[in-house]
Design a protein around this ligand. Structure first.
Ligand code: F6R
Length: 246
């Protein structure tokens, strides 16, 4: 794992966007894996700015999002489809038909999991996956205890995840308790992974990831140590006084 230390959230966002833009320019038909949440919002802003200023084209890009809440349709403001449309897709020249988010309202969720997993495979896999990390070490919505061999699947969200995501909802009771997420093995099949980490509340998770904790399903992000090509962009507050050895 390679770690890039940056000053703050702004810088993390800029560096991440530069990283992604370079890959898109090198491979205009790239398959990008995308994340939602607070962490990548700044990165998406920078991608939009660059698209408007420099014209980086997303016409041939295909995207696969990590996850979606069960029970929320794409027009629900709290759905991840809505998030992606409004934080990124509506402002770049991507073909919406090439943007994929698992369905939160499928009639048959087992079928939807299989469809999503097969779709990624059919497209030749993800070239670059963007990840955030939960304070409990989750990646995607793969909570502690998720099998490292998991494919796209349905999960029960942990209380800490529901609490963390409640900031986007009017009332905590409105936060869905289930989600559909790429599995750990789905994420690990990506050719390259870019993990973004910012803020004090991620400090402990980053320390657990970097400070030699064993690779174990009780801390999902630890699996990334088995991946040959992971870059972490983390800000000073998240890194704190860690002795980084990658
Ligand atoms: C989002 C996702 C999650 C988030 C994680 C961190 O698609 O899969 O794993 O990356 O919960 O969320 P934020 O960025 O809001 O701290």
């Amino acid at each position: 794992m390679k770690i890039i230390e940056v000053q703050d959230y702004q810088q993390m966002s800029r560096r991440a966007a530069e990283y992604i833009i370079k890959k898109v320019v090198q491979n205009p038909s790239i398959n990008l894996g995308l994340a939602t949440g607070g962490t990548p919002i700044g990165t998406y802003k920078c991608l939009i700015e660059d698209h408007q200023k420099s014209g980086t084209s997303y016409q041939k890009v295909t995207t696969f999002n990590l996850d979606e809440y069960i029970g929320l349709s794409g027009d629900n403001e709290n759905s991840y489809r809505y998030f992606m449309d409004n934080q990124l897709f509506n402002y770049i020249n991507i073909n919406k038909a090439n943007t994929n988010v698992p369905s939160g309202i499928a009639a048959d969720f087992q079928e939807e999991c299989k469809r999503y997993e097969d779709l990624i495979t059919k497209h030749g896999g993800i070239d670059l996956q963007i990840l955030g990390i939960g304070s409990n070490g989750h990646i995607g919505f793969n909570e502690p205890g998720t099998s490292f061999s998991s494919k796209t699947h349905i999960v029960e969200l942990e209380e800490s995840t529901i609490q963390a995501n409640a900031r986007y909802f009017n009332r905590i009771e409105e936060v869905p308790t289930k989600a559909i997420t790429m599995g750990i093995s789905t994420i690990m099949k990506s050719k390259e992974i870019l993990l973004l980490v910012s803020g004090e509340e991620k400090r402990e998770a980053l320390a657990r990831l970097l400070d030699g904790e064993i690779i174990h399903e009780s801390f999902p992000a630890s699996v990334l140590k088995n991946h040959p090509c992971v870059t972490i962009i983390a800000d000073k507050v998240a890194i704190a006084d860690l002795k980084v050895q990658c």
